[in-house]
Design a protein around this ligand. Sequence first.
Ligand code: FMN
Length: 164
Amino acid sequence: MRILVTYHSLTGNTRMVAEAMYEALPEPKDIKPVAQVTDLSGYDLVFIGFPVHSHSVPARMEPFLKSLPAGLKTALFMTHGSIPGTRLAREAMEQALILAGQTRILGTFTCRGKVSEQAMEILSRSPEHELWTEMAVTARNHPDHHDLEDARTFARWVVNLARQ
Ligand SMILES: Cc1cc2nc3c(=O)[nH]c(=O)nc-3n(C[C@H](O)[C@H](O)[C@H](O)COP(=O)(O)O)c2cc1C
């Protein structure tokens, strides 16, 4: 079973999670940013990661998720700044599940990721983002050791499912 881990990451959080998952996977395996993926033929299982941007899948990811081959085994993972379970953290994964709905999604994984100072600075200027920036403060140490350990365990769990 050939496995690909691919991700979109602006500030490195999703890449850290992608690398942890990659570490836990058996050979043969590859890891690369979505921008470098040209051909998915030859892969039996693909892990796909992205950050939440404005409670959505980043625009960059939409065509990629939509164009995945029907029936391909996939696992989706996401990092986000806000508190788990809130709309800001949830809706992007719901959207991704629809965009990649033609694939066989074996699992999803989410964890928090620190919000860059630049993003905080921009968001804190508009009053409607006040509560959001308050939430984002406690994301500052993520992804942490436990998040990465969970990411490795998730990756192994998905591989087991893919073999069944
Ligand atoms: C422009 C922008 C918009 C964001 N919007 C959200 C959001 O709506 N909800 C959320 O939980 N996090 C949001 N975040 C925080 C990121 O999802 C979080 O920091 C993520 O871990 C970044 O991943 P990356 O380092 O792989 O780019 C936003 C970050 C940026 C830069």
